[in-house]
Design a protein around this ligand. Structure first.
Ligand code: ADP
Ligand code: 5GP
Length: 217
């Protein structure tokens, strides 16, 4: 049985950056390409970031039970195809899912052994800076993402690990360390320190949430 890794984060935290690095460095992982009804962004190609399909097609696939989980995110459907688990098994690889918290909740019910990681930017100020640096969204959308983030961060309680993406190289190493420790079923102090149940992690997230209450930017 291959391992299933669920990775979630508020938009702008650096999840795609870290997942792309992980996929490039670890050839024993396969990435689950989700289905979505949202329109492709500039450079996104069908079948790579997502399988882009119509709402009718998505609803027909829901009716046929094709999805392991699906959710409405910002008004669009997103879903994980059941076939990814069989592919992981037949190729002898572990599976990485980039899904939101609603999907993570559904997945955990079906696959209790799935390992979940919540990625966070170190502060509201830094999250705002990254969203602006990415220059993909209007100022209005950025503000909406920031106010949504405070709500999303509270969902960290659902996850096994919390990874603060401060320095990108360090955060990449930590994500890889979680994958390796879980594969081997062997904890090490660096990985244990990121467990959500660790009181220091709770304290760190509470400080981050406080930075949203006291507007820093
Ligand atoms: P997400 O997938 O979570 O929405 P991205 O991976 O697109 O986030 O990252 C948002 C922006 O922040 C990008 O411009 C990315 O290059 C930058 N970024 C990611 N990680 C870091 C980091 N540790 N430090 C500074 N900038 C980062
Ligand atoms: P974006 O449109 O920015 O690529 O993604 C928006 C959100 O949808 C992100 O939080 C992403 O993790 C989530 N998402 C992507 N694919 C899936 C999926 O298959 N299922 C669920 N539940 N969420 C997904």
């Amino acid at each position: 049985m291959s391992c299933v890794f669920i990775i979630s984060a508020p938009s702008g935290s650096g999840k795609s950056t870290l997942v792309n690095r992980l996929m490039a460095s670890d050839k024993n992982l396969i990435f689950s390409v989700s289905y979505t009804t949202r329109a492709p962004r500039g450079h996104e190609k069908d079948g790579q970031a997502y399988n882009f399909i119509t709402r009718e097609d998505f609803e027909a696939r829901i009716a046929k039970g094709e999805f392991l989980e699906h959710a409405l995110v910002f008004g669009n459907y997103y879903g994980t195809h059941r076939g990814i688990l069989e592919r992981g098994r037949s190729e002898g690889k572990d599976v990485v899912l980039d899904i939101d918290v609603q999907g993570a909740r559904q997945l955990k019910e079906q696959i209790p052994d799935a390992v979940s990681v919540f990625i966070l930017a170190p502060s509201r100020e830094e999250l705002a800076k990254r969203l602006r640096a990415r220059s993909e969204d209007s100022e209005e959308v950025i503000e909406r993402r920031l106010s949504g983030a405070a709500r999303e961060i509270q969902d960290y309680r659902l996850y096994d690990y919390v990874l603060v993406n401060d320095d990108v190289d360090r955060a990449s190493e930590r994500l890889q360390a979680i994958v390796e420790a879980e594969r081997k079923g062997q904890d090490n102090p660096g990985v244990t320190a990121m467990r959500r149940t660790n009181p220091a992690v709770t304290a760190r997230v509470e400080r981050l949430l406080a930075s949203f209450a006291v507007r820093e930017d």
